[in-house]
Design a protein around this ligand. Sequence first.
Ligand SMILES: Cc1cc2nc3c(=O)[nH]c(=O)nc-3n(C[C@H](O)[C@H](O)[C@H](O)COP(=O)(O)OP(=O)(O)OC[C@H]3O[C@@H](n4cnc5c(N)ncnc54)[C@H](O)[C@@H]3O)c2cc1C
Length: 403
Amino acid sequence: MNFEYTEKSKALQQRVDEFMQKYIFPIEKEYAEFTENNLWQHYPGLEGLKDLAKEAGLWNLFLPEEYGAFSPGLTNLEYAPLAELMGRVLWSSQVFNCSAPDTGNMEVLAKYGSPEQQEKWLKPLMEGKIRSAFLMTEPGVASSDATNIETSIVRDGDEYVINGRKWWSTGAMNPSTKVYIVMGKTDPEAPRHVQQSMIIVPADAPGVKLIRPLQVFGAVESPEGHAEIELNNVRVPADNLLVGEGKGFQIAQGRLGPGRIHHCMRLIGAAQRALDLMCERVVTRETFGKKIAEYSSIRQDIARSRCEIEQARLLTLAAADKIDRFGIKVAKDLISMIKIVVPQMTCEVVDRAIQAHGGMGVCQDTPLALFWIYGRSVRIADGPDEVHMYQLGRNMIKEKMMK
Ligand SMILES: Cc1cc2nc3c(=O)[nH]c(=O)nc-3n(C[C@H](O)[C@H](O)[C@H](O)COP(=O)(O)OP(=O)(O)OC[C@H]3O[C@@H](n4cnc5c(N)ncnc54)[C@H](O)[C@@H]3O)c2cc1C
């Protein structure tokens, strides 16, 4: 691949960076204090920031060019460095309407939604007026094998009736979340990969019950949160089904390619910021008559972190480029590789930065603790490390056998 960014991407990188320097970094502490002290409420300045990003043309940048009219026209490779810039402040991607899980849900609706579904749900999502959640994982079954899920979606006249219990529904605690995409089974007797379907469920449908917010290493991650949700005889019009019965797995596969590029590039942004903070910190403090920056162990940690970030970045850009040129299916091994490599790399780099900060590294005075939580959770979310390694190993062996 050609690693040179296009002029269009370079210009946008500059504009996203300028926007963040001007509007995001200066309020980082204020934002953190507000969300900590006002559970499940939005920072009051958030809508104003979104308006500014919209006016600046820095809106919905994530949606790849193949989505035609819905897309601002960037390739995955052009968008990837923008996601990295946003990853330096974990909440900032929502200001540009580029945050998970909405990005994946918008892609699903843009790719698979009917014109009516798009008008009702995609339009307000793309305008940033509402937010969404994706409900697949269930407490009752090992959900890293998505064929295990048990939620039932049963046709009854011109409606579907949904019953089940979900958890880890990211964003479902958010007061702006008005719609869920739910994965369940329409035909438990069908072959394994065509039992599942996806259906649109309004968050206020009768029978939807938020049971509790889940904490991630003690953090509730307000205002988005991660919810446990009960779906008890929830009735929705039959037209809410996406594509058709049995297409759930196919939709899930398509949803995850670009989403993994976004997650990985945001994590790389977090890791890069952690390294920058580490370099700034170690020159300001002295122990035993020397600047901390002068110790060889610290310099090795910095050097190793720089190598690992650059390796991960190049691998992720290669995956983005392959998706753009050949599609998700051909890029699947690279997509698995980045999902295996990047969250682990982020945890290691951030851990070194935390160590170099001493006590400051584990408290709220830097974003490091939250960066580590993000990296550690992505090692499980969206498929645990082992599942990606299992699939990548299986693909490699299959290829060798075919030669
Ligand atoms: C912060 C966060 C956000 C999330 N957001 C969402 C969301 O928005 N929507 C949603 O539906 N889900 C979400 N999830 C859920 C996530 O996708 C699941 O937790 C994940 O897929 C694993 O499923 P499980 O928890 O049921 O673990 P299990 O399936 O029970 O697996 C447990 C462990 O078994 C091991 N294992 C499994 N398979 C293999 C294998 N083949 N080889 C070796 N070891 C294996 C792994 O170590 C794995 O971690 C989120 C999770 C987290 C932590």
